[in-house]
Design a protein around this ligand. Structure first.
Ligand code: UD1
Ligand code: CA
Length: 455
């Protein structure tokens, strides 16, 4: 079977009350349309055709990719009209229709649906609801075979009582599509070309319509306003939380946990509340993450510990290393095994060797710190002269006293020591002590100034 996928994404989404086209609104950090495209790709289709209209330029710009064919629908004349716009680009034998504002559809559900399609059969995804108001109703004949879909606004009272609704997601043999599209009319309550009219045409042509249902009704839920968007968001997060828990993660509270990207996890990982994982995050066994941490595009090796309120972006934490509370590891931060970064420490493009420590109130930028070296409290690298950036290099077993300013470019070789309060502008050789501060003078009998009394 070869497959073309058509994703309808031309609608405006007035109820979002937004300048942003509806399908670009995010769920878990990715646009709704982005999620649908991600699922579509997993079916390995020969073409993905995205029908755009409202905000078309922005949608195209945000999602452009080599494997996507954007099709313009200038006027939103209905779902049937939308699919018809993609027709000239369709070459596969099966066509699957998805929706840019229905982001949680599962690949497994779509695979079940596609398994139903043949040249004699359509696959229709339906959902049985307590209250199907607004949905097209699935009309079945005396044998229980699908005969037609009747839109809510066109339905009789008897048809409105049907609780099986149309999700809109549909898989069809492509051979008949051009013929069916050509026969659509807009002679209905909404004056639209309904895709759903294809069902009755297929039945009249002697095809069968087989139905499947999603395991979870949220899979076929669209977002028309921000409240529904928030429901999709929380549902996505719970699903993601459950996936991680199934793999051996303890989440202190799945309702206070957010993933906005791809996360891989090991076993016996502990994640406290209000943690946000963004982009690509790799978490190995026995990692512990404290509350209120934001971790983006980072790798946490076995047994790493991240304490409360720590931010990581583009960082690697080695085995048994630890950071925080209140640490900030910016892009290019690497902690080797057992390295330690304490509170109010900021790292950027900084490499801390095995067992190296920066415990308190420090900025290390463009720096290489050798194994076991210790950075005293309040120390900063002066890596930027206002125009260019320079490197600070420390060998192994270096001891930097408190409150040093390391003016780059500068090298401090293995085993060297710098005195507290030093401004280091020259390189320090192995095992030397550098003292770079004004000498203390004590003045005996010093009289403090007295307050002048104004007459
Ligand atoms: C549609 C189905 C209905 C189903 C419901 C599920 C039809 C006629 N009806 O109704 O049976 O129960 O979805 O939610 O198909 N779109 C375009 N171009 C258009 C029209 C729509 O791209 O010209 C897109 C919209 O942006 C939206 C989707 O298609 O994402 C559905 O369109 P909408 O008009 O909302 O259909 P419903 O009335 O909800
Ligand atoms: Ca709708």
């Amino acid at each position: 079977m070869s497959l073309d996928i058509v994703i309808l994404a031309a609608g405006q989404g007035t109820r979002m009350r937004s300048a942003l086209p509806k399908v670009l609104h995010p769920v878990a950090g990715n646009s709704m349309l982005g999620h649908v495209i991600h699922s579509a790709r997993q079916l390995a289709p020969q073409g993905i055709h995205v029908v755009i209209g409202h905000g078309a330029e922005l949608v195209r710009e945000r999602l452009a990719a080599d494997d996507l064919n954007f099709v313009m629908q200038d006027k939103q004349l209905g779902t049937g009209h939308a699919v018809a716009q993609a027709l000239p680009a369709i070459t596969a034998d099966t066509v699957l229709v998805l929706y840019g504002d229905v982001p949680l559809i599962e690949v497994e559900t779509l695979q079940r649906l596609l398994a139903k399609v043949s040249d004699k059969q359509l696959g229709l995804l339906t959902v049985t609801l307590q209250d199907p108001t607004g949905y097209g109703r699935i009309v079945r004949d005396a044998e229980g075979q699908v005969a037609a879909i009747v839109e809510h606004k066109d339905a009789s009272e008897a048809q409105k009582a049907i609780r099986e609704g149309n999700t809109g997601i549909l898989a069809m043999p492509a051979a008949r599509l051009a013929d069916w599209m050509g026969r659509l009319s807009n002679n209905n309550a909404q004056g639209e070309y309904y895709l759903t009219d294809v069902i009755a045409m297929a039945v009249a042509d002697g095809l069968l319509v087989a139905t499947e249902q999603p395991h979870d009704t949220m899979e076929v839920q669209g977002a028309n306003d921000r409240r529904q968007l928030s429901e999709l968001e929380r549902h996505y997060q719970l699903r993601e939380g459950r996936r991680l828990m199934a793999q051996g993660v303890t989440l202190r509270d799945p309702a206070r946990f957010d993933v906005r990207g791809q996360v891989t996890v090991g076993r016996d990982v502990l994640i406290d509340i209000n943690v946000i994982l963004e982009g690509n995050v790799v978490i190995e066994d026995d990692v512990q993450i404290g509350p209120n941490c934001v971790i983006k595009d980072s790798t946490l090796r076995k047994g790493a510990i991240i304490k409360a309120n720590t931010h990581l972006d583009g960082a690697v934490m080695g085995e048994g290393s630890d950071a925080g509370p209140f640490a900030r590891l910016r892009p290019g931060s690497v902690l080797e095994a057992k390295a330690h970064v304490g509170n109010f420490v900021e790292l950027k493009n900084a490499h801390l060797g095995e067992g190296a420590k920066a415990g308190h109130l420090t900025y290390l930028g463009d720096a290489v710190i050798g194994a076991r070296s210790n950075i005293g409290a309040g120390t900063i690298t002066c890596n930027y002269d206002g125009a260019n950036k320079f490197k600070t290099v420390l060998g192994e077993d270096v001891f930097i006293g408190s409150n040093n300013a390391l003016v780059a470019p500068v090298e401090i070789k293995a085993g060297a020591t710098t005195a507290a309060g030093s401004t280091i502008t020259q390189s320090v050789e192995q095992a030397e002590l550098a003292v770079a501060r004004a000498r203390q003078r004590n003045i005996a009998g010093w009289k403090r100034p007295e307050k002048i009394i104004k007459g």
